[in-house]
Design a protein around this ligand. Structure first.
Ligand SMILES: Cc1cc2nc3c(=O)[nH]c(=O)nc-3n(C[C@H](O)[C@H](O)[C@H](O)COP(=O)(O)OP(=O)(O)OC[C@H]3O[C@@H](n4cnc5c(N)ncnc54)[C@H](O)[C@@H]3O)c2cc1C
Length: 575
């Protein structure tokens, strides 16, 4: 018998998971929200900095169709228009809902919600709370609402290790309490995967420690399809040098919106125009081409000393710098950085994933009982995401997943199968047993393997890929999955033993790494965030989405036409 029985299980408590859990409760379903970190404090949401795109039309004339047109253009022909249109139509509702919960959107003198024009957007539509504090404000607001949602059950420090599939349906999951290592089985009529992205797989990343791709691996093993896994997004101006302690590596973006920081090559020349971009101090260049341009300048020997580009605010008067940066200027000073006198060096950094679990516009995967939401979902942003589209994606898809999951399970009986849960319970026991028997002097191999995986992904599956680099990566990843990991022991002990969790994270991350490398090998062209040195052109033949699934231990892949039909605007309150 399962330890817990619930209508809807939500895995991951970022913006998508918290919104999904509230919507499921509103739909009348008993709901359990779990997170391997603390509820509302792990993952990307709490780290997000500034922009939330929504066609509110308060300052500039705007509507969701314009937002959609910008999103499709940025997506380089691969956006699923149905998902993208849902995102753009419903983003304003979610923004106003947060406003009603006092998130504190910045407002102009007339009391209208303030927007900035982020790269790729045709109008000022990216709302914010504060330049570096929008994600924390959203997370805090959702946490407050979660705590006010009566009877919503939640468990922090609880990691889902596998979903349980019985007779073709996801019937729940097996998880572990990370404090004491206790295993808990959960029967759920529907499960929503809102476990975030995968950027921790790359050596240079803006991720938190738990963004290691669990959602994609859990979905794949449960029989779901994964879409366009070759498209992790590289944020072009991640901090590179000098050393910066206590600040986020992607902190420079909001200040460029405000002040127009100049991007210069190693010869201190502006260079984006050479790549067809008219940046000219207004910072309008999209992420994919800017990242590409920085790499190409370095290849031509015109990089900055640490291997990136210079970002300069030296043309901005000190008083303006202080007004824009606020207390951040003092943090920079503590790092020995004086922006009036020096440039900083920036370079691309893995930041987001456009690919993910394939769902319909009700957020249902092809496996009955399995839904997904947030960054875990693939398709809405195609081959390149617009700045500010990820937070509304999390909120909109989360609300939808909770709403549709709760309506599906109404009146349904719980199903559970001990036999279907047995393999993962057996694996957990084996690894726990190894930890119990490990000698205190034995070196634990999980940390070393993480380092190797991140370096390999950055070098061979990163910004510039070739047939040779991807094949080399695939060979090594497969070896690590099949030979190395099964022989690695966590360090000894059961309580607070993070190396056991690390072992299971590697189990997922190696599978996800293989998905990315295999998908990148199949896409023999360059498009958006996927750049092949050996196939530099964008090919009409590849204006298709790639679908991966798993048969036994083998991936199979197929190409599908891009969904171009737009979702009909929903009537208020309609299902
Ligand atoms: C530094 C940074 C800045 C950003 N800035 C912006 C911005 O300005 N604008 C914008 O639109 N987007 C931004 N993004 C992207 C955006 O924040 C994310 O895409 C979005 O927050 C994802 O929300 P989510 O709920 O899907 O996932 P997350 O917020 O990542 O939440 C996923 C949760 O799942 C949990 N989890 C993972 N695996 C398991 C498991 N096995 N069991 C249980 N729990 C699990 C994690 O602990 C985590 O709490 C930024 C991202 C980063 C990293």
């Amino acid at each position: 018998m399962p330890d817990i029985e619930i209508d809807v299980l939500v895995v991951g408590a970022g913006a998508a998971g918290m919104t999904a859990a509230m919507a499921a409760m509103k739909g009348g379903a008993s709901t359990l929200l779990v997170d391997k970190s603390m509820i509302g404090r792990g993952g990307a949401t709490v780290m997000a900095q500034m922009t939330v795109a929504a066609a509110l039309g308060e300052q500039d004339p705007d509507d969701w169709k314009k937002h959609l047109a910008d999103t499709l253009k940025a997506g380089r022909g691969l956006c699923n228009a149905e998902l993208a249109s849902v995102l753009c139509q419903e983003a304003p509702d979610r923004i106003r809902e947060l406003d009603g919960w006092n998130v504190g959107w910045a407002r102009d003198a007339e009391g209208r919600i303030n927007g900035v024009q982020a790269p790729g957007h045709s109008v000022r539509r990216c709302v914010y709370v504060d330049f570096l504090a929008t994600g924390p404000a959203i997370a805090q607001t959702l946490r407050t609402q979660i705590s006010r949602t009566k009877n919503l059950k939640r468990i922090s420090g609880f990691s889902i290790r596998d979903l349980v599939v019985h007779e073709g349906r996801v019937v729940g999951a097996v998880g572990v309490n990370l404090d004491d290592g206790r295993t808990i089985t959960i029967a759920a009529k529907a499960t929503i995967l809102a476990a975030g992205g995968l950027t921790k797989l790359f050596q240079r990343n803006s991720a938190s420690t738990n963004m290691n791709g669990d959602a994609y691996a859990l979905a794949m093993r449960a029989g779901a399809e994964l879409l366009d896994m070759e498209f992790p997004q590289f944020f072009p101006i991640g901090h590179l040098a000098p050393r910066l302690v206590g600040m986020d590596p992607i902190m420079w973006d909001p200040f460029r919106y405000k002040l127009g920081g100049r991007l210069l090559n190693g010869n201190k020349e502006e260079f984006l125009e050479k790549y067809g971009l008219a940046d000219g101090g207004v910072y309008s260049a999209p992420r994919d081409v800017t990242a590409y341009a920085i790499v190409k300048e370095n290849e031509a020997g015109r990089g900055s000393p640490a291997g990136g580009a210079y970002l300069s605010f030296m043309h901005v008067p000190e008083s303006q710098l202080r007004a824009a940066f606020g207390p951040a200027i003092d943090l920079l000073a503590r790092n020995g950085i004086d922006l009036t006198k020096q440039c900083v060096e920036v370079a691309p950094i893995a930041h987001y994933h456009m690919g993910g679990i394939r769902v319909n516009d009700r957020m249902q995967s092809r496996v009955p009982g399995l839904y997904a939401a947030g960054e875990a979902v693939g398709g809405a942003n195609g081959a390149n995401r617009l700045s500010g589209n990820a937070l509304p994606e999390a909120l909109v898809f989360g609300e939808r997943a909770g709403r549709f999951a709760s309506s599906e399970v109404a009146g349904m009986a719980t199903a559970w199968s001990d036999a279907a849960a047995a393999p993962v319970l057996g694996l957990i026991e084996t690894i726990n047993d190894r930890a119990a028997k490990a000698s205190p002097t034995e070196t634990c191999g999980t940390t070393k393997m993480w380092t190797e995986l991140q370096q390999l992904m950055w070098r061979d599956v990163g910004l510039m890929r070739t047939d040779a680099s991807l094949n080399a990566a695939l060979r090594r990843i497969r070896e690590m999955r099949s030979k190395d990991l099964p022989n690695i022991s966590p360090s000894p002990g059961m309580e607070f033993n993070s190396t056991i969790e690390e072992w299971f994270e590697l189990r997922n991350s190696l599978l996800v790494a293989e998905m990315i490398a295999a998908a990148a090998l199949n896409r023999k062209e360059s498009r958006g965030a996927h750049q092949r040195i050996d196939f530099p052109n964008t090919e009409t033949d590849f204006e298709r989405n790639q679908v991966l699934s798993m048969e036994g231990e083998q991936f199979s892949h197929r190409w599908i036409p891009v969904t171009t039909s737009v979702s009909a605007p929903q009537a208020a309150g309609a299902e």
